[in-house]
Write a protein that binds this ligand. Structure first.
Ligand SMILES: C[S@@+](CC[C@H](N)C(=O)[O-])C[C@H]1O[C@@H](n2cnc3c(N)ncnc32)[C@H](O)[C@@H]1O
Length: 391
């Protein structure tokens, strides 16, 4: 049994975990964490999970003082014969304790272990829970002598204690995002983490070992293609713009040089509304045209115009795709939704009529379709994720 600490938009992490492990394997512990009934968990595969750990205990009460005593008692025994120095991080989630109180548990443990000649380096807590960058930089969870305890109070007042099995590699994400040679602020740049989430949403539990082909019909600068080849898929990108095809090429070449691997991909120009794609196409993942960027909510007339245009392009794309893919083909597309000044989202009309186009939306166990929105505070255009199957 594993625990996943979720990212800034927890629903996206829950969705990718449900698609990978099934809805009933994933249980909400509190809004920022879930337990997963699985035998192993490779955190680098999940864009929406900053930290994960193996559950080692479940306690029936939630008082921090008692929890702290149990931790000290258990790990004093556990490490009393440990040879060498142990780096320890403590992260408390959903407790009403401050960082100093959490750190105190570590200090007591350190003092107790001194008697046994076991030496501990405590990672300082600035917050009750270490952020994933700190955990990553300290390599916590990656070896026996670098331990992070994830201590979570659940909604039903239990306490779960897990030993971290690692954090997201934020250095690698930043490199893939910022160091690739071709970026374009106007087409908007999909964060690699979100591309990873979308690939997981579309591929579900299917394995990529037989080199399935992922098509991105709006590939832009190629972020989805990059993440697809890193996962072992063969990637196929098309875009209306020749310039974007060139950008994707350059970025994939750069990736190949950086990872010292030859990746399998093909690219060509094409309008998603009428292109005839080359076969085979196994999975479709794409961030569609999102309309023009806005720095403030547009007037109702302008919004209507942009919405109609996006709705038209994406509907025509879905119609064009339909006869070119097999029944059961899985799709994840990011489409635009616009936030008004009251914080409400305007969704594209096609969202509610998608079944008429021959696609079935995936039903999640722990979240609703409306939860699948990726946006940052103050942004007008959000990305709404649709997870579909061709009927
Ligand atoms: C939001 S961007 C995608 C960005 C991309 N995810 C990336 O990694 O850079 C949308 C892309 O759709 C392309 N596009 C717009 N209309 C299109 C159409 N009818 N057919 C194919 N591509 C189109 C644009 O050129 C743009 O590159």
């Amino acid at each position: 049994m594993y625990i996943a600490i979720l990212g800034r938009q927890p629903a996206l992490g829950i969705a990718e975990l449900e698609r990978t492990f099934s809805g009933k394997s994933v249980k909400l512990l509190y809004p920022q964490a879930v337990s997963i009934d699985c035998d192993g968990f490779e955190i680098q595969n999940f864009g929406g999970v900053p930290k994960a750990g193996k559950i080692i205990a479940e306690l029936p009460h939630s008082d921090w003082h008692q929890v702290s005593q149990k931790i000290v008692h258990y790990y004093t025994n556990e490490w009393s014969t440990f040879d060498g120095k142990i780096t320890v991080g403590l992260s408390a989630y959903n407790f009403t304790v401050d960082a100093r109180e959490v750190q105190k548990t570590g200090i007591i443990l350190k003092q107790k272990l001194k008697k046994y000649d076991t030496s501990i380096r405590l990672v300082p807590n600035i917050e009750p829970a270490l952020n994933s960058a700190t955990s990553h930089h300290n390599k916590l969870g990656l070896s026996d002598n670098k331990v992070e305890l994830l201590i979570v109070r659940t909604n039903d007042n239990k306490v779960i204690i897990a030993e971290s099995t690692g954090s997201q590699n934020i250095t690698a994400y930043a490199k893939r995002d910022q160091e690739r040679p071709k970026r374009d602020a106007f087409v908007g740049m999909l964060p690699p983490k979100l591309a990873q989430i979308m690939i997981n949403l579309a591929s579900g539990d299917s394995s990529s070992t037989n080199k399935q082909c992922i098509l991105d019909p709006f590939c832009g600068t190629g972020v989805i293609l990059q993440e697809a080849v890193l996962k072992g898929y063969s990637a196929y990108g098309t875009d209306l713009s020749d310039k974007m095809i060139e950008y994707s090429h350059d970025n994939l070449d750069w990736l190949s040089n950086n990872y010292h691997k030859k990746f399998d991909y093909k690219l060509h120009q094409g309008d998603a509304m009428n292109t005839k794609w080359q076969q085979p196409i196994d999975i479709i993942v794409g961030e569609t045209y999102l309309g023009q960027p806005f720095s403030a909510p547009p007037s109702p007339a302008k919004l209507n115009e942009v919405m109609q245009n996006c709705n038209h392009i994406i509907t025509e794309f879905l119609k064009n795709l339909m006869p070119q893919i097999k029944t059961g083909t899985q799709i994840c597309i990011a489409i635009p939704a616009w936030c008004d000044k009251n914080g409400h989202f305007n969704h594209l009309p096609l969202v509610s009529t998608i079944a008429r186009l021959g696609y079935k939306p995936h039903e999640f166990t722990n979240i609703l379709q409306n939860d699948l929105l990726y946006y940052r505070e103050g942004q007008v255009v959000a990305r709404e994720l649709l997870v579909l199957t061709k009927i």
